[in-house]
Design a protein around this ligand. Structure first.
Ligand SMILES: [Zn+2]
Length: 210
């Protein structure tokens, strides 16, 4: 219960900070949201995008899932949560940027690389992280004789590139990227180094941003 009390105390501080004497921002947010970016991040407790980017409420439309993956466009009757969030942000909120943010020591990517599946027949993780199977295969080919740790780090980055490729399979994203209304970004947060790097659109390598 201590944790829950801590969270409620945290909400009280949020009330004081954002809904107290100066509530200008929330008066505006009550009318609606107008974020300029959607970020797909990992559910990992250490990589909260709004905290990392020091955002205020209303700044960032966020989707978080295991290993920050974007599936390809699959127009079937499945329950496509990430695709629905992308559609809402792109087609309704008209965001100008899509950011896919991965990170080091990602348990989801580690699971993909190790092929470990803990919950037997009722497990969802293996199928989910399988979205990045192609990234795993590319890494195993390119880094065949490298240590496992290096392969995992490479796969964390390769999965970001694959998600960027998958974004382009959504027709309403491709159209906007091609006519310049929308820009795609791949970010990688290195927990060890405390740095952020981004995909260079020219050669696909990661370069330090901060
Ligand atoms: Zn992760």
């Amino acid at each position: 219960m201590q944790e829950i009390e801590g969270f409620i105390a945290g909400f009280k501080r949020f009330q004081e900070n954002w809904l107290g004497s100066d509530k200008t921002l929330f008066d505006s947010l009550r009318q609606g949201q107008n974020p300029k970016a959607i970020l797909i991040g990992c559910s990992d407790s250490r990589v909260d995008p709004a905290i990392l980017a020091d955002c205020a409420p209303g700044d960032l439309f966020v989707v978080r899932n295991v290993a920050n993956l974007v599936p390809p466009c699959e127009p079937d009757a499945g329950h496509h949560g990430v695709s629905a969030a992308l559609e809402y942000a792109v087609c309704h909120l008209q965001v100008e940027h899509i950011i896919v943010m991965g990170h080091s020591q990602c348990g989801g990517i580690r699971g993909l690389m190790d092929g470990v599946c803990e919950c037997g027949e009722h497990s969802f993780i293996a199928n989910w992280v399988g979205i990045a199977q192609k990234a795993k295969e590319r890494v195993l080919q390119e880094f065949a004789d490298k240590p496992v740790e290096m392969q995992v780090h490479a796969c964390e980055r390769a999965a970001i590139l694959l998600s960027l490729e998958n974004l382009m399979t959504f027709p309403w994203i491709r159209e906007r990227v091609e006519d310049g209304r929308l820009a795609l970004h791949g970010w990688y947060f290195d927990l060890q180094a405390g740095t952020l790097s981004g995909v260079c659109p020219v050669n696909g390598t990661f370069e330090t941003l901060a």
